[in-house]
Ligand binder design. Structure first.
Ligand SMILES: [Fe+2]
Length: 167
């Protein structure tokens, strides 16, 4: 059981985000990454607390919606500052969250089921920017299965399709 109030935490982190605009990396994306991660975790066995924190923090330190290659490391730094103030997490889980935030745009797969679930949850929402997720670029077997199954689903309907998926 997690003691974290995720809705309250999300509201605080969102209010402190660095971008004034709220477009492709906005709250809809954060929510979709969370639901994708929870879907994946039923098969991957990912740690639920870590994946929900990843959804809230991973894009929270973006300067803009562009490439911004250092937003992952900035997110990792930010969770280090927020730990103990905004949320409490044991060392083992914190290390997973830190790694996932830091490397989420740089690493294909880590070999850890929780980190890899974070990566795939983010990738499954690429449809929002007009990119069809590539099954070969998924880090988890189940992520790969979902992408293969989604073949033919228009990108504009991808979120709706994912949210109805009950595998
Ligand atoms: Fe993201």
């Amino acid at each position: 059981m997690s003691m974290i109030d995720f809705a309250a935490l999300q509201a605080i982190v969102f209010s402190q985000k660095m971008t004034s605009d709220n477009t492709v990396h906005g709250i809809d994306h954060w929510n979709q990454v969370e639901s994708n991660a929870l879907l994946l975790s039923r098969h991957t066995g990912a740690d639920e607390t870590v994946i929900r924190l990843f959804a809230i923090f991973h894009d929270s330190r973006r300067y803009d919606d562009g490439y911004d290659p250092e937003h992952g490391p900035r997110a990792a730094e930010f969770i280090t500052q927020c730990r103990g103030n905004l949320f409490v997490l044991d060392d083992a889980r914190f290390d997973l969250l830190y790694h996932a935030c830091y490397y989420h745009t740089k690493e294909h797969a880590s070999g850890d089921k929780t980190i890899d679930t974070c990566y795939d949850a983010d990738r499954l929402d690429l449809g929002r920017v007009g990119i069809q997720p590539n099954p070969e670029k998924m880090a988890t077997l189940y992520g790969q299965k979902i992408v293969k199954k989604s073949k033919g689903v228009p990108l504009s309907e991808m979120r709706e399709w994912l949210n109805k998926l009950t595998l």
